[in-house]
Ligand binder design. Structure first.
Ligand code: HEM
Length: 511
């Protein structure tokens, strides 16, 4: 059957006005396929013949089209864009791409929901991933953050459990409010993140209308060997916009891909979304004296003490030509760092330095760095070899060992980071004995909300707690009361329950 093209030879899927040229069908090895529509059979009503190799190839390929989805952040949208330097942080970092004003660097960004699977609806109450890959001349820098400045847990021991608690129950295969809230409420340090997610920011109207944060503390270091602790912020220039639970239910009923559609359409019509990229900076030695734990992922840094300093502008301006090639196969990792940007002692960040590339070696293969969206835009030169899917010539006949007598694979000591002083005895340190201030920052967040925002926070919480067991609901009311009596009372009222009269808010700690 020859398909007649109702679009008159033009692509019906919006790929411009260029008429599509007729293309001959071949097998994957280039041999002509004689018949695109009819399988080879013995006689018009007879069985198939094994020698119909195109049919075999087609069936076999279909079986292998699906790759594992990301264990979390499975549903997402991505686009290419540009970062333009507008500030001057050269005294803090030697990173070349942050060098002079006006300098531009290509990038790829992917935004996600976290708990839902690859086919989940976009407008769900959840945190959003905010991952950006900067293709710098000194290698790729991946900023793998979220749309909130804090996280649920501060020890990587709890990360796998967090994912189990928010995903499906092993027996019912349903999301379970009991599992989810049992876990969250047993970890009072989660209340800060929970307050963000249950508040208005829990359902951004679109990916364009949300901020991004590194959340973790990273580091800058300069040519003089000085280190600074930093946190990155991406400020939406589209303004913040959110959906209520009711609005989100309406959106999902009509469109499960609302965020994908919004981002794609905006870029297609030339309405390129932008984010101002900012950084908070703390001198290295101040970490010991600043009065709070600067590497605790459940805490923010005061912007009064550590004001936002401008780095540049991120713009998304090109949709991928193929979703699978660029978005599904993209691989971000906090271990992708460039000279001038380093990590911090945050143990969550340290665990992530292992987790991502390991996940990607499983999800995409050991050579996923060769996939164009992941490939560095600067020379790559090392003695890793072989592995599935090696397509770059494998360094031909160059030596593949070090040391060698031919000058290959030399280290680059000029890029050494300043030494980081580390002390303390190796042990399973219990951070609760070091810092049990779980409530002062969520209290500040709660008190920033106006009455209407607080009412929505209470209602969203009650809605999300759904059929969780009552003792778990009570535990959450208790945590909220310790944070602020008005928070506890509001959640209790929304749940039709009572506050515990013996609880009082935990004392404020100094900012
Ligand atoms: C995705 C692990 C905490 C943001 C992932 C993936 C893994 C992972 C294995 C899938 C990677 C892939 O298959 O490509 C962890 C571990 C954590 C942690 C072990 C803590 C110990 C965080 C935190 C943030 C974050 C704190 C944000 C500040 C993201 C984002 C993605 C992601 C944005 C999706 C990246 C993309 O678009 O491909 N995480 N994660 N994660 N994670 Fe985490």
């Amino acid at each position: 059957m020859n398909g007649s093209n109702p679009a008159g030879g033009k692509c019906p899927y919006g790929h411009g006005d260029t008429p599509l040229a007729a293309t001959p069908l071949t097998t994957q090895f280039g041999a002509p396929v004689v018949d695109a529509s009819n399988s080879m059979t013995a006689g018009p009503r007879g069985p198939l013949l094994m020698q119909d190799v195109w049919l075999l190839e087609k069936l076999a390929n279909l079986n292998r089209e699906v790759i594992p989805e990301r264990r979390m952040h499975a549903k997402g949208s991505g686009a290419f864009g540009t970062f333009t330097v507008t500030g001057d942080v050269s005294k803090y970092t030697r990173a070349k791409f942050l060098g002079e004003a006006g300098k531009q660097t290509e990038l790829f960004a992917r935004f996600t929901t976290v708990a839902g699977e690859r086919g989940a609806a976009d407008a769900e109450r959840d945190i959003r991933g905010f991952a950006v890959k900067f293709y710098t001349e000194e290698g790729n820098w991946d900023m793998v953050g979220n749309n909130t400045p804090v996280f649920f847990v501060r020890d990587p021991r709890q990360f796998a459990d967090l994912n189990k608690a928010v995903k499906r129950d092993p027996r019912t295969n349903l999301r379970s409010a009991t599992n989810n809230w049992d876990f969250w409420t047993l970890l009072p340090e989660a209340l800060h993140q929970v307050t963000y997610v249950m508040g208005d920011r829990g359902i951004p109207k679109s990916y364009r209308h949300m901020d991004g944060f590194s959340s973790h503390t990273y580091s800058f270091y300069n040519e003089a060997g000085e280190r600074f602790w930093v946190k990155f912020h991406f400020k939406t220039q589209q303004g913040h916009a959110h959906l209520t639970d009711a609005e989100a239910a309406d959106v999902v009923a009509g469109d499960r891909e609302s965020n994908q559609r919004d981002l794609y359409d905006a870029i297609e019509r030339g309405d390129f979304p932008k984010w101002k990229v900012m950084v908070q900076i703390m001198a290295e030695e101040e970490a010991a004296t600043c009065g709070f734990h600067p590497f605790d992922l459940t805490k923010v840094w005061s912007q009064k003490t550590y004001p936002l300093i401008e780095l540049g502008m991120m713009e998304l301006n090109r949709n991928p030509e193929n979703f699978f090639a660029d978005v599904e196969q993209s691989a971000f990792s906090p271990s992708n760092l460039v000279p001038g940007i380093g990590v911090s002692p945050d143990k969550m960040l340290q665990a992530r330095l292992f987790a991502y590339a390991d996940a990607q070696r499983y999800r995409l293969g050991v050579n996923h760095h060769q996939i164009p969206v992941n490939a560095a835009r600067c020379p790559v030169f090392n003695n890793h070899r072989d592995g599935q899917g090696r397509v770059d010539g494998n360094y031909g006949g160059l030596p593949h060992y070090h040391p060698n007598s031919f000058g290959q694979w030399q280290g680059q000591p000029e890029f050494r980071e300043p030494p980081m002083k580390i002390d303390g005895n190796a042990d399973f340190w219990n951070f609760r004995e070091d810092d049990d201030d779980y409530y002062s920052q969520p209290r500040a967040l709660f008190q920033l909300m106006d009455d209407a925002q607080k009412q929505r926070l209470f209602a969203n919480t009650a809605g999300a707690m759904g059929d969780a067991l009552d003792f778990i609901k009570q535990r959450h009311i208790d945590n909220c009361t310790r944070c602020d009596p008005a928070y506890g009372a509001g959640v209790a009222a929304a749940l039709g329950m009572s506050v515990n009269p013996d609880l009082s808010p935990q004392p404020e700690l100094a900012d």
